[in-house]
Design a protein around this ligand. Sequence first.
Ligand SMILES: NC(=O)c1ccc[n+]([C@@H]2O[C@H](COP(=O)([O-])OP(=O)(O)OC[C@H]3O[C@@H](n4cnc5c(N)ncnc54)[C@H](OP(=O)(O)O)[C@@H]3O)[C@@H](O)[C@H]2O)c1
Length: 332
Amino acid sequence: MKAVTIRKHGGLDVLSYEEVADPVPTKGHAIVRVDYCAVNHLDIWVRKGIAGKQVSFPHILGCDISGTLVEGFGKFRKGEKVVVYPAVSSGAPRVSFSIIGGFGKYHGGYAELVQVPQKNIVKKPSWFSDAEACTLNISYLTAWNMLERSGCRKGDTILIWGANSGVGSAAVLLAHAMGLRIITVVSNKDSESRARKLGADLVVDRNKSDVMAETLRYTGEQGVDAVIDHVGAKTWPTSIEVLRVGGKMIACGTTTGAEATVNIRAFYSKEASITGAYLGTRSQLISLHKFMQSKRIRPIIDSVFELKDAKLAHQKMEGSAQFGKMILKVSS
Ligand SMILES: NC(=O)c1ccc[n+]([C@@H]2O[C@H](COP(=O)([O-])OP(=O)(O)OC[C@H]3O[C@@H](n4cnc5c(N)ncnc54)[C@H](OP(=O)(O)O)[C@@H]3O)[C@@H](O)[C@H]2O)c1
């Protein structure tokens, strides 16, 4: 089969489009012919490597998969359209799970075929196209989990960083459908108008205005009910400062670094809470599908690349030039 592999960690050049052996079916697993695989920031982390995290080379990236079952099992039929819930047991203490195609033992979806545990197979809802379905298993599921953890209700105000990102665009789309008042952050004019179209009430261009000042002005100095932070070190201090009394920050990412300096006094004196979010459960993925279908909303897709052009997609993500999800067309 054709696949994009890495044989070492590094820059774009370590991505190699090549012929590799098909996966050999093993007990309790299903083989999926990959139709589409979405690109996630995790793919960049795995390509570059993170200290203390292992993959065995050659490794196939790609954690966000929609495809077609090669053989049936249980209630699933051969040829059925499915998506892959990406979390598998990490086997490590104090870590919830590892992710298929991420750090861990499973190869991912930058390949025509992928082998995954049968229990990770989820029926693809007919509301979504094959291309749309691949975008929901990572960014959308995480955004959904973060919004659920925020406890926000209709009319509450939420700050969502990075409206153009996978997680940020998903969070804005879903939060709007939940009836939340949304403040979001961008870094250029094009993203500003796209974020507004997605339903954001206030869009702050962080290159032109101060996010904290604009957020406090917009909320009459009261602060926001919750913050969705996937950016990490550079945004944590502001995320904590802009919370209202009793507000909640939900964190899932470290794009700008994993170690932040925050004002602890600002945190406890407003009795705020910080909650981590790691992906979401299989049943949350199904509730996400149902929610999006009931609200008649579809994921935001920036662009579609051929599998052989995975490098171009990585380059675009590293240049932060996308708005929404980039996806790889694999076998469809
Ligand atoms: N915990 C989980 O389960 C989970 C799941 C999914 C993702 N994540 C993590 O969440 C993060 C986002 O993932 P993604 O796939 O959505 O990434 P992405 O599409 O590459 O987006 C990165 C975002 O970070 C923003 N950003 C970069 N530097 C910034 C700064 N100094 N201030 C404010 N914003 C800044 C970018 O905004 P500009 O374009 O405006 O620069 C962009 O919106 C990654 O770290 C990823 O690993 C975690």
